[in-house]
Design a protein around this ligand. Sequence first.
Ligand SMILES: NC(=O)c1ccc[n+]([C@@H]2O[C@H](COP(=O)([O-])OP(=O)(O)OC[C@H]3O[C@@H](n4cnc5c(N)ncnc54)[C@H](OP(=O)(O)O)[C@@H]3O)[C@@H](O)[C@H]2O)c1
Length: 289
Amino acid sequence: MILVTGATGNVGGKVLSLLRAGGHKVRALTRDPERTAFAAGADLEVVAADLGRPETLAPALDGVQKVFLMSLGANKATHDAHLVAAARAAGVEHVVQLSTLGVEVAEDPRANPLGHWHRIAEEALRDSGVPWTILRPNGFMSMNLGWAASIKAEGVARGPLADVPEAVVDPRDIAEVAARALTEDGHEGRIHELTGPQALTGREQLAVLGGLLGRDLRFETVPLAAHREVMLRHFSEETVNGVIRTLEEAIEHGSELHGRLSPDVRRVLGREPRSFAEWARDHLELYRA
Ligand SMILES: NC(=O)c1ccc[n+]([C@@H]2O[C@H](COP(=O)([O-])OP(=O)(O)OC[C@H]3O[C@@H](n4cnc5c(N)ncnc54)[C@H](OP(=O)(O)O)[C@@H]3O)[C@@H](O)[C@H]2O)c1
């Protein structure tokens, strides 16, 4: 049995589907099983649990051999530590953890809180004695879905980083690597750095979308203070402050790390990572006016 956290979310949802398609028995973890209609099947169990409430995790892990572990923002360190402790107690054989690129340079928590939270989460897993694989993805291509409403309405994308090149990665590739790591030999003790095949700035990504839509789209750079206000509508203040500090650092010093291309998607999947153009084509309807 494989426990999938974030099973109602972006990467976890895809991991769940891939594992089921591969004939594996899965248990989907969600705080609210009523909210999401999973496709029913004898291969699927759904469990109500909360990574912030450790007492809910032992029942979720009962009979589980492997875990896909993700959690969010400023909760990352504590939530992952809760799951890892419960996994060790339950005798789990392998945890595949979603982390982030940048952990390796996140020594100063004040400069890169986002990386720092992930670093503590990684350490909790690596120090636990539970066999592990860590996935360190670059920024997700799907982050651009945040542009969809203003592209449809005004032909404008707004964001804080117009000109910082980033080898953004398709969440489908992340999920495929996770599913392989959970079901194949040879991934234990390995860190996979997951990037797309090409470093593109925000403006260049917008140009790809504009080309496919046949529209002239404009990038409007948003000051970090205004971006912070938008983020506060969706995330906790601690998470938002951490993300803003990390963005300030990227704007001030550029981000060589995030522009780098990693061979790991190709190494694990035996094919090139999906390009931004492919991602954009597959999601184009969401941007069409
Ligand atoms: N976005 C990026 O560009 C980027 C880049 C690098 C790394 N990452 C990593 O990827 C993660 C985001 O992955 P994603 O896009 O797949 O996330 P997502 O779709 O936003 O994930 C939401 C999931 O989190 C679950 N969740 C939230 N709070 C929970 C709690 N207290 N207990 C249990 N589950 C909880 C939700 O489950 P329910 O609501 O069903 O309970 C839902 O399934 C980040 O946190 C980061 O670690 C992201």
